[in-house]
Design a protein around this ligand. Structure first.
Ligand code: ADP
Ligand code: MG
Length: 295
């Protein structure tokens, strides 16, 4: 009994070394490859989870992968809107954004959340640089045709020239999902959408979306209904049949678009699981829902 506990104790050196050794093929596979990570929601809500995410990202960079972080910040935006007495409203999983809300979105995402992430990654020994879509015209956006969403944009083009030099020097780009509108104002873009387009433009190996559920569930609130693997066509059906709804719609759509544009695999995983990123990248089984174009 004692032996068993000892065997699985995290301090057990032999265990640690064997885990590291088993990771070798994955480390080799991802060396020099881009992994786009959408960080937001649940994994941002708790300090211990934040620290685990920062460490995982720093570890990926240290073993030669090129992580790129795109972040949201819904809960923190909601908190500030509440404090200022501004109502939050969502339509088809997207935040309805009037001018007043846009000011708060920009201040919170670009000013606060972005810097917290950059600072957090830097504190654990990697180097990251914060940007939003406006910097270097990284994200060219157009306002959604459907005017009921207000100042919400979609991605027209990603200018990867802004981030390539950072990646080649070993910096981790951390991108907020705010972009410029044609008239010089700002647009709010769903961070999943930005992550998908950035992954496609960079020819990423993987797109990983951290969220607050295990992945895509066939029945909401039933963890046993987790769909572990989905093909493109099946994913489209899940949206059509409303099995996927709300905030899961932009996630599933961005995975579909990223895969169609050449990203090898996309994953929707639970950011509440400590070190979810490493579990996904460095283990055979992986976690959450994996979407691929074939197979
Ligand atoms: P994030 O902050 O990570 O973007 P969202 O709230 O925007 O999170 O999207 C995740 C939410 O999508 C889940 O909490 C869940 O309520 C909802 N959802 C809708 N359909 C599904 C589904 N089929 N499987 C899992 N979650 C779903
Ligand atoms: Mg969302």
């Amino acid at each position: 009994m004692t032996k068993k506990i000892e065997q699985f104790h995290p301090e057990n050196d032999a265990m640690r070394v064997s885990v590291l050794s088993e990771a070798l093929p994955y480390i080799q596979k991802f060396a020099g490859r881009r992994i786009v990570i959408k960080y937001g929601g649940a994994a941002m809500a708790r300090n211990d989870l934040k620290q685990a995410v920062f460490r995982d990202i720093a570890l990926l960079a240290s073993v030669g992968a090129q992580p790129v972080v795109v972040h949201g910040g819904g809960p923190e935006i909601n908190q500030w809107l509440d404090r200022l007495g501004i109502k939050s409203k969502f339509l088809n999983g997207l935040r309805v954004t009037d001018k007043e809300t846009m000011d708060i979105v920009e201040m919170v995402l670009v000013g606060r959340v972005n810097k917290q992430i950059v600072n957090g990654i830097n504190q654990v020994g990697a180097l990251s640089v914060g940007l939003c879509g406006i910097d270097g015209c990284l994200i060219q956006a157009r306002q959604l045709d459907n005017t009921s969403h207000g100042l919400v944009g979609e991605v027209a083009k990603v200018n990867i020239d802004v981030i390539e030099p950072l990646l080649s020097k070993g910096y981790i780009p951390v991108i907020s999902s705010v972009a410029a509108s044609n008239d010089g104002g700002s647009l709010n873009i769903n961070a999943d959408t930005v992550a998908g387009e950035v992954a496609a433009a960079l020819g990423a190996e993987k797109l990983i979306l951290l969220t607050d559920t295990l992945g895509i569930l066939k029945k909401e609130n039933d963890p046993s209904s987790l769909i572990k693997h989905l093909r493109l066509s099946e994913a489209r059906d899940l949206i059509k049949t409303n099995i996927v709804s709300g905030g899961m719609v932009p996630k599933t759509e961005c995975c579909i678009r990223a895969l169609a544009q050449g990203v090898k695999a996309t994953h929707i995983i639970n950011g509440r699981i400590p070190h979810a990123l490493l579990l996904e990248i460095f283990t055979d089984a992986g976690i959450g829902t994996m979407l691929t174009s074939r197979g």
